[in-house]
Design a protein around this ligand. Structure first.
Ligand SMILES: Cc1cc2nc3c(=O)[nH]c(=O)nc-3n(C[C@H](O)[C@H](O)[C@H](O)COP(=O)(O)OP(=O)(O)OC[C@H]3O[C@@H](n4cnc5c(N)ncnc54)[C@H](O)[C@@H]3O)c2cc1C
Length: 520
């Protein structure tokens, strides 16, 4: 360590905002950072915030709590504190977090001029200073130490990583330890279907959508014979995805699809209209915005590394779409989902089984209810098969055994009767009206009840596509608000944007080669 640092550390153990340090020292300390144990800032788990992203990040985080560390980059005490703060942040933040989605740990550099007002609003009186609260309370928020009833609290005993974690444990009644290992998820509630839990699943739906999109691009799955089914699925996402940012992202992809992925790209010399990774221009679009994927699952988190996750998120996405579509869209949604799974779900056994179930449907769906119940029943058939398979192979998640769903505990009114067969299996007489009511509420209102980005929720808690979506869509010039209004007034069932896109395709005499399901 340089002699200058040895001198500085004891002198500046704790800093006040008024401490005056020559500008040049900033660069000395930066240089030290590269050699320190924490490594370069690139690998920091705590999220750097400033005036421009503070409100947005705290508004959108799925985490229940937030900690904001106010520090100054020139303050040696802050630098010494950083490894402690990072040790705790690594438990909660980032793709390798042991306990993701619970606490968002952030930091704000008050010595950066851009943040002066932000730090003033939170009455930063010393460095480092840690505040705790619900993330939403920080948004456009302030903190006044003199107020009795602050919803934001000062962390008064977080001097070391151990003490900070103790403070957190006391605050929320948890038992987190610095030694916790990833995927030792003993704390997980085993009944992930609890109504309080499903409200976290909207973040998994975003994660699953984004993961599916990445897989499709990475595996070069868009071919001349599959692109129409992707387009159909995107059309549904644009209007009915429960997450606003995924609706917006899907609209961006859809509107630009023809240019980014021309219909003749299936021919060998055109396939690399994408780049060398097979991702190409479509890669520039993030289907659920730049914050997703986050790299972790919440509702769909398994108790083991290799269980649950993506396939669980995909099911929840499909169920949430099934209860959001209108009656008139049910057949289209059915074929779109069947084709999407068939063409783009990379699990061979899953897609084959699912497609067989699709092919066994003998008459078209006319009602949302019928399609939602079909999907529920198809999922239960998969569950039924996997109950046996996982029991014999020991491949299931011990904390989340497959069940015929919903359990009686979760939805008592869904059951007319429940009895046991001689072989130990259950015989259930379902009340299908009640099951549909339950599905609509569970995957409708409950799913989005905690979603932070509620801008577009209707009074009944359901999402609606709005002009705001259309106006903020990338290439908004493509869909002027006036035109969108006219289209919306013409009641295009699939939303103005998708309708606009479709009319564009017609104008271009674009031929869809729809994947042919059995004639139904
Ligand atoms: C289309 C599709 C087909 C699949 N086919 C296969 C297969 O053939 N073989 C295989 O090994 N794996 C298959 N999988 C994966 C498998 O179904 C599970 O997703 C995976 O084992 C993870 O299970 P899980 O415990 O997270 O619960 P999942 O079955 O993924 O369910 C997620 C959540 O949905 C809810 N849920 C459960 N059942 C229902 C239901 N009937 N209706 C509504 N909601 C419900 C529960 O809250 C549950 O926690 C398939 C997945 C998908 C998306």
């Amino acid at each position: 360590m340089s002699p200058l640092v040895v001198l500085l550390i004891p002198l500046l153990f704790s800093c006040s905002p008024s401490s005056s340090v020559p500008i040049g020292s900033r660069y000395i300390l930066r240089a030290i950072d590269v050699d320190s144990n924490t490594g370069p800032d690139l690998h920091d788990a705590a999220v750097d915030l400033n005036t421009t992203n503070f409100d947005q990040v705290l508004r959108n985080t799925p985490a229940t709590y937030a900690i904001v560390e106010f520090f100054a980059h020139w303050c040696p005490a802050c630098r010494n504190y950083k490894p402690h703060y990072e040790k705790v942040a690594r438990l909660f933040n980032g793709p390798d977090a042991v306990h993701p989605g619970i606490i968002l740990m952030t930091r704000v550099d008050c010595a950066s001029k851009i943040n002066t007002r932000l730090c003033d609003n939170f009455s930063v009186g010393h460095y480092p200073m840690l505040l705790w609260g619900n993330p939403s309370k920080f948004v456009s928020g302030s903190w006044d130490p003199k107020k009795d009833k602050n919803e934001i609290r000062l962390i008064d005993d977080g001097r070391t990583a151990e003490r900070l974690l103790n403070w957190i444990n006391k605050q929320i009644g948890s038992f987190f330890s610095l030694d916790d290992q990833k995927f030792e998820n003993d704390h997980l509630a085993s009944n992930a279907s609890d109504p309080e839990q499903i409200a976290r699943a909207v973040y998994d739906i975003e994660e699953a959508t984004s993961t599916a999109y990445d897989i499709i691009l990475e595996q070069k799955m868009i071919k001349s014979e599959t692109r129409a089914s992707l387009i159909k699925f995107l059309q549904i996402l644009v209007v009915h995805h429960p997450s606003r940012r995924c609706r917006k992202g899907s609209a961006e992809v859809l509107v630009n699809f023809d240019d980014l992925c021309p219909s003749d790209m299936g021919t060998p010399n055109k396939q690399e209209a994408t780049d060398g990774n097979g991702k190409g221009a479509l890669r520039n679009f993030q289907i659920c915005g730049k914050e997703v994927p986050r790299g972790y699952w919440m509702f769909c988190r398994g108790s083991k590394n290799e269980t649950r996750g993506f396939s669980c998120g995909l099911w929840i996405l499909l169920h949430s779409l099934s209860v959001r579509i209108e009656d008139g869209e049910s057949q289209l949604a059915f074929t779109a989902i069947c084709d999407f799974i068939h063409n783009f779900f990379i699990c061979e056994e899953c897609r084959q089984h699912f497609y067989e179930m699709c092919l066994s449907v003998s008459s078209p769906f006319n009602k949302t209810r019928d399609f939602a119940l079909w999907l529920w029943s198809a999922h239960n058939k998969v569950n039924e098969r996997l109950v046996k398979e996982e029991a014999s192979l020991g491949t299931g998640d011990p904390k989340f055994p497959k069940i015929i769903w919903p359990s009686k505990q979760l939805c008592p009114s869904c059951y007319f009767s429940l009895s046991k067969n001689d072989d130990g299996t259950s015989q259930i007489n379902w009340n299908r009206d009640e099951v549909f009511k339950f599905l609509s509420s569970y995957y409708g209102k409950m799913l989005v009840s905690l979603y932070k980005d509620k801008g577009l929720l209707g009074d009944d808690g359901t999402d609606r596509v709005s002009l705001e979506d259309l106006a903020t869509t990338t290439n908004a010039v493509v869909v002027p608000v006036g035109a969108a209004l006219a289209i919306a007034l013409a009641s295009c069932a699939f939303g103005a944007l998708a309708c606009f896109w479709r009319s564009q395709q017609k104008n271009r005499k674009y031929l869809h080669q729809l994947h042919s399901l059995k004639n139904i």
